[in-house]
Design a protein around this ligand. Structure first.
Ligand code: AMP
Length: 487
């Protein structure tokens, strides 16, 4: 299928061509025709699949064709993080550059004045994070009573981050007669329930089984005691030829610590997480994109919005306790047909996560034992001679007194005062990382890292013949979007 088969109007087709897109991605090919007809949509897709254009193009086309000079908010995209919000806003502007439509983005962590000014000028498309949106609604600056299209993006992350009540409050303020689009990378029962409450007779589109990492990603695993991880990371980054590298940590505190450690080693490194100011996050991301920052250390949630091409290495400094997150993380490399490397450092406390990950991805991750910090103990899931307690089951240590905490909270409106994961299991347990088992192991003599020796051979699962298949539901009645005259 080509873009020309999608019956997009000329100004949009031109913008798409200028973006360099020639072939629609599977989600675009499946979703766009249904969305142009006004159907609701349930999309099981993650960032990187082209889902932004899948919803942005039909929204722009509808608004351009119907009452284009109406300057009320007619389409709303609700998304969990500031980075995602900024990227979606950018995409709307790019795809709508030949149209006379106006988009703006609102999120917390920055002053309200500029956002307010943009809103007062009159816009048709609003991209927002929930906390700031509710603030602006409460102040009467945003009114959604003329909304016609609502997109809930990354619904599973919204729930993970504890935004469910905010999301429900926003939904309660929307007109009931509207087109609704719902996207989520995973569909656990609470997410499915939310989707069912929001959508009417939706088309279902599912792309890329989340359990299948790209085959071009060379995955490797290193067993190492927790106390030696920092040294190992430093040596890997110094001695392996790593280009643009994204390092994942479980905690914001560790992200900072590692970035500082790498800077001390002379590596250009930055950190990005929810406690950083918006300006600091934007700067770190810009540096990562333009190459002035080679290594970016990020927490999962902050990294959701990172869409940077040419990431050569992803390093899991901490392994995620949710195996799906592993697949999301390593999917940051090997984009657009490139090759990528994914390296995971596993301590005894994380050993159980490897089992879960390997079960999900259906293959054994090759282990590199030929490295100076290899730990057989970690490989057996032990710490100090006893079976380790997985990190998410360890007791939560006391928080240090306020004046001894490493950083200030961000000010992302009301919602962000919950930090990067209100109600998030991963975040609740994560404080342990900073405080427990803090003794440092003696620094070993630096041994050069020998060439990687891999153990075992990866067994890839057979790919489903039609893994990108997206299933519409034929034969269902199509809901016509009511025109303004109907209401
Ligand atoms: P998304 O999943 O919307 O975040 O998109 C991921 C990346 O794919 C973005 O950098 C888009 O610019 C790019 N992209 C989206 N659609 C296409 C397409 N049809 N062809 C090539 N690149 C695309």
């Amino acid at each position: 299928m080509k873009f020309s088969d999608l019956q997009l109007i000329d100004p949009i087709s031109r913008a798409v061509r200028e973006e360099g897109y020639t072939i629609p991605t599977p989600i675009q090919a499946e979703a766009i025709p249904h969305l142009l007809e006004g159907r609701d949509l349930l999309g099981c897709a993650q960032t990187g699949t082209g889902k932004t254009a899948a919803f942005a193009l039909p929204i722009l086309q509808y608004l351009a064709a119907n009452d284009p000079h109406n300057q009320r908010i007619r389409a709303l995209v609700l998304t969990p993080t500031r980075e995602l919000a900024a990227q979606i806003d950018e995409s709307f502007r790019a795809y709508g550059r030949h149209l006379d439509l106006h988009t703006t983005v609102v999120f917390g962590g920055v002053g309200q004045a500029n956002q307010e000014k943009a809103l007062r000028k009159g816009i048709q498309i609003l991209v927002a994070t929930p906390g700031r949106l509710l603030d602006l609604m409460g102040q009467g600056i945003v009114r959604l009573d003329h909304l016609e299209i609502f997109v809930l993006d990354e619904a599973d992350r919204m729930l993970d981050m504890g935004f469910i009540h905010d999301v429900k409050r926003v939904i309660a303020a929307l007109p009931t007669e509207r087109q609704s689009l719902f996207f989520s990378a995973t569909m656990p029962p609470p997410v499915a329930r939310l989707a069912a409450s929001l959508l009417t007779d939706p088309v279902r589109v599912e792309v890329v089984p989340q359990a299948t990492p790209a085959e071009r990603i060379n995955q490797r695993l290193m067993y190492v005691d927790k106390a030696n991880k920092k040294e190992l990371l430093g040596e890997l980054i110094e001695e392996e030829e790593m280009g643009r590298t994204l390092v994942f940590t479980r905690t914001k505190h560790m992200a900072n610590k590692l970035a500082q450690h790498l800077q001390r080693l002379g590596v250009s490194a930055g950190a990005i997480h929810g406690n950083k100011s918006q300006t600091a996050r934007t700067q770190a991301l810009a540096g990562f994109k333009d190459g002035s920052i080679r290594v970016l250390v990020a927490t999962d949630i902050a990294a959701r919005g990172i869409d940077v091409e040419g990431i050569t290495h992803v390093i899991n400094y901490d392994l995620p306790n949710e195996p799906e997150s592993y697949v999301h993380r390593i999917g940051r490399t090997a984009r657009a047909g490139a090759e990528g490397e994914a390296l995971s450092l596993c301590s005894g406390e994380e050993r159980v996560y490897v089992t879960d990950i390997e079960r999900l991805i259906g293959m054994r991750i090759p282990v590199i034992t030929d490295q100076p910090y290899h730990s057989e103990e970690a490989r057996r899931g032990m710490v100090d001679g006893v079976a380790a307690i997985p990190i998410h089951k360890q007791p939560r240590p006391q928080r240090p007194p306020k004046d001894q905490r490493p950083e200030k909270k961000s000010s992302e409106g009301r919602s962000s005062s919950w930090g990067e994961g209100r109600g998030n299991r991963r975040d609740k347990t994560s404080r342990g990382d900073a405080g427990s088992r803090g003794e440092k192991a003696p620094r070993r003599e630096r041994a050069p890292l020998p060439a990687a020796r891999k153990e075992g051979s990866p067994q890839r699962p057979p790919r489903p013949a039609n893994s990108d298949h997206a299933s519409g539901r034929p034969g269902r009645s199509r809901r016509r979007r009511p025109s303004r005259a109907d209401r």
